[in-house]
Design a protein. Structure first.
Length: 118
């Protein structure tokens, strides 16, 4: 259970820096941050234990962690926060990206929600 402040932080971070996409079969949200932000990335995993943290990766002169929410972690845990707080009045671009994720992966999201409810 997230506090209101935590919900706002999650929405703000993902709205401004998250990547909303998928692999064609299932949606995901990815956040990549420099290794100096490791504590923030681990904080996200603590709040969303079904999400995953990968890394650190080292490519060329960049070192980063990658946080990924997909499957039940995305549909049941992360999307409810974003669906409530990512609105066009706050960030039209992020709201459009979230709407496109829902449109592209609607059947997948509906299946996981039905499974969780049933």
């Amino acid at each position: 259970m997230l506090t209101e402040a935590e919900r706002g932080l999650v929405a703000g971070i993902l709205m401004s820096e998250g990547s909303f996409g998928g692999d064609g079969k299932q949606p995901h949200i990815i956040l990549r941050k420099h290794v100096r932000h490791e504590s923030l990335m681990r904080w996200l995993v603590q709040r969303f234990p079904r999400s995953r943290l990968y890394g650190p990766y080292h490519h060329a002169d960049r070192s980063y962690f990658q946080w990924v929410a997909r499957g039940a972690a995305l549909v049941e845990d992360v999307l409810p926060v974003l669906d409530e707080l990512v609105v066009p009045e706050l960030d039209a671009h992020a709201a459009t990206r979230l709407a496109e994720l829902h449109e592209r992966y609607g059947p997948y999201i509906a299946r996981l929600r039905a499974r969780a409810d049933g």
